[in-house]
Write a protein that binds this ligand. Sequence first.
Ligand code: IPM
Ligand code: MN
Length: 377
Amino acid sequence: MSGRTYDVVLLPGDGTGPEVIREGQKVLEALQEDGVSRLRFTPVAGGAQYYQSHGTEWEPGGEARARQADAILLGAVGWPGVSLPDGNIAGHGLVLGMRFGLDLYANIRPCRLYPGVLHRIGSEFKQVWSPQDVDMVIFRENTEGLYTPAHGTLSRGGSTEVAIDNRIITRKGSERIIRRAFEAARRRPRGAPEDGVKRVTCVDKANVLAGCRFFREVFSEVAREFPDIETEFSYVDAFAQWLVRQPAHYNVVVTTNMMGDIVTDLASVLQGGMGFAAGGNVGDHHGMFEPVHGSAPKYAGKNQVNPFATFQAAILMLEWLAERHHDEGLRSDAQRLERAVTETLQSGRARTYDQGGTARTSDVGDRVVEALRGGTP
Ligand code: IPM
Ligand code: MN
């Protein structure tokens, strides 16, 4: 079906979140000048700063609007010194609340290096890997593991003595994220950059943890449904070093929640830093997309941060909507945005501070809009 209108809730959130979401909306609006499908944006206020001034994490009715949306585009949450009475960071409800509340069990983190993007090594900006070396996607379980709210503290006489976080690994949770990873390996046009092999790597700590042994067992069961896909296992500690030494070996990676949180940020270094890292939080019925750099309080309000991760998040959102609604118009919009972003990066004229440049957040958005309109970015 083509030509329908999709409701997108924008959750700018805290710190630099509003600045990058503004650019995201700008390029999505420019994209629609020639597109077939329409996006209708509804901004919803919320997060830690909102909590600080209003005493609630969401504006009235905001959570319900987010739940009903066709898709959510999230900026960032978190502000120094602002936490909820239960100790969680304020803004928790927007990220973890939506992940659990909407059952967004797959955290999908593509890690690709675009031409023209540099790596920051110490104080220098260098080309360490080439775009041909880095093209993987990491599937992180998003609704259990160490993030399950099965935790607490033991306080006696007013002093906390013990804190416990239980790690829950279920068959259902493991099976569905692992299946998603295999399906992605099958669908992706290319295999691993190193050898073109379609491969899923299971990252765990099965030499020590029972939950990981179970995760591996489920992985092996699901793998039988995909005899065309090569499989391998990697302990998370060893994986951390192979990831940075041989990124070209990796195609699709699947892992548990906390391990996935850590290795995806490590992987962002391969793609030029957190300014390029975007993630999808996806379930069977809902999707929330975000740049994963966080609220970056130090840069808030300065129009300096890199909005490319938000453009990536927007592309992921369009692709997901296109897939879900069999909307070819939206799919071609996603491709056009992808091309405009690539051209802009290649031009080297839209480098923010994290790339050694002086471009401002809004300049980068303007350049992408220009590229979309057929001009030189
Ligand atoms: C991420 C973030 C979140 C997480 C935070 C903001 C709760 O670091 O999306 O990776 O830990 O999952
Ligand atoms: Mn993280």
